[in-house]
Design a protein around this ligand. Structure first.
Ligand SMILES: NC(=O)c1ccc[n+]([C@@H]2O[C@H](COP(=O)([O-])OP(=O)(O)OC[C@H]3O[C@@H](n4cnc5c(N)ncnc54)[C@H](OP(=O)(O)O)[C@@H]3O)[C@@H](O)[C@H]2O)c1
Length: 372
């Protein structure tokens, strides 16, 4: 049996440890990748700290992580878009229900990617830059393009309306937000967004025409003013308080679609505890109440609001179109740039636990990356 090393979650809430695990053989629609860089997302430390409640299907030992960049070292029988030796990046979905977190988790030397959720890395991009994309980009695409969310036309689809429509992206300096701005612009929409003042210019440079401070008491009014009476295609809510703020904006401008990616209350306070019970009770009660409150408000306002699952594009037509057509084309024409900028915090699998802790302590327009 061939083996490789992995940063493994041996038991719920345990720190990641480096262990030897079996190297998988790629299935017909998969490529096996020698991983050279991984990025960290909030969900990684959420799963580590609360997986027993939030990811109940996940069995340990498990390998976490969604964002991979590396070299193809083997291809499945039906793979046509990749060859051995090619540089590739893609979305690892090992922690999803029904998937195998040991084969498909990102935080290991060798992992498998589905061909349809991967793309070649252009020569001009480093592995560390390519690793910032997968979950942020995929979540942004689900929010914008899935028919049950905003249902926007994808980049490359001719517009059937001539009047410019506006997309509101609350949380434009998040990883998901920065990708959402670029995708929405490439699809022909105008974008208004939020970020702290120090990130406003960065967010503007990605294509947002107006950027207001999400901490300002006048943020909602400022966004409404920036929209200036144009038709609104919908809003993407990212960050604490974003759902209520977006509902308010949409109610004032007549928008009817909202895609929410963040839990209404952060799970951060539960991570790192030796026991989840009873501390989880007030947190989940607040999440439940906030969800009911915003659902009722959305319904009253005639706004269709839904929670985004960033890896759900694995099972629809949008995923292969995004990764197989849109991403390679946008990288080639320069309309998709790696954002947030990679913040390389260490090297080797042993650095990944520190990277999770670093992400959890807070980032600002940065993507925490580890080189392997
Ligand atoms: N549902 C899914 O499938 C899915 C997938 C990925 C992510 N998510 C969620 O989406 C959210 C964004 O994730 P991420 O990885 O993109 O985040 P991230 O990059 O870690 O977000 C960091 C940024 O959040 C911004 N921020 C802080 N408070 C904010 C607020 N109240 N409103 C708007 N922005 C705020 C900060 O902006 P400034 O520094 O400019 O203030 C900072 O730059 C998180 O809640 C995450 O859990 C969900």
């Amino acid at each position: 049996m061939t083996t490789h090393t992995a940063a493994t979650l041996a038991a719920p809430r345990a720190p990641l440890t480096v262990t030897e695990i079996a190297t998988p053989t790629p299935a017909a629609d998969e490529v096996l990748v020698r991983v050279h860089a991984v990025a960290v997302n909030p969900v990684d430390w959420v799963i580590q700290g609360t997986g027993r409640i939030t990811y109940r299907w996940l069995r340990t030992p498990a390998v976490l992580g969604s964002d991979i960049a590396g070299d193809v070292i083997a291809v499945g029988a039906d793979v046509t878009r990749f060859r051995v030796g090619q540089r590739v990046f893609g979305l690892a979905t090992g922690t999803d229900r029904g998937r195998d977190p040991l084969r498909e988790g990102a935080f290991q030397q060798c992992s498998v990617l589905l061909e349809r959720l991967a793309a070649p890395i252009p020569e001009a991009l480093s592995d560390e830059e390519a690793a910032v994309f997968p979950l942020g980009l995929s979540t942004a695409a689900c929010a914008l393009f899935q028919p049950h969310h905003l249902g926007l036309r994808m980049p490359g689809t001719p517009a059937s309306v001539t009047a410019p429509e506006v997309v509101v992206i609350w949380g434009g300096s998040t990883s998901v937000g920065m990708n959402a701005i670029q995708l929405a612009r490439a699809a022909g929409y105008d974008v208004v967004s939020t970020a702290s003042a120090k990130n406003a210019e960065t967010v503007r440079a990605l294509g947002a025409e107006a950027v207001v401070d999400h901490r300002s008491p006048s943020a909602v009014a400022d966004l409404v003013a920036a929209i200036g009476g144009r038709p609104v295609a919908g809003a993407v809510a990212l960050g604490a308080g974003s759902t209520e703020a977006c509902l308010e904006v949409l109610s004032r401008v007549g928008g009817t679609r909202l895609a929410m990616a963040s839990t209404p209350v952060s799970l951060d306070s539960l991570v790192g505890r030796r026991r989840l019970f009873p501390a989880m009770l007030p947190v989940f009660m607040r999440i439940g109440l906030a969800t009911v409150r915003s659902s009722l408000r959305a319904r009253r306002l005639g706004i269709r609001a839904g929670f985004v699952w960033g890896s759900s594009l694995r099972d629809d037509e949008m995923g292969p179109r995004l990764w197989g057509e849109v991403v390679p084309r946008m990288l080639a024409d320069g309309s998709l740039r790696p954002a947030p900028a990679p913040l390389v915090v260490g090297e080797g699998l042993g650095a990944i636990q520190g990277a999770l802790d670093r992400q959890r302590s807070g980032v600002s327009a940065e993507k925490v990356v580890v080189r392997l």
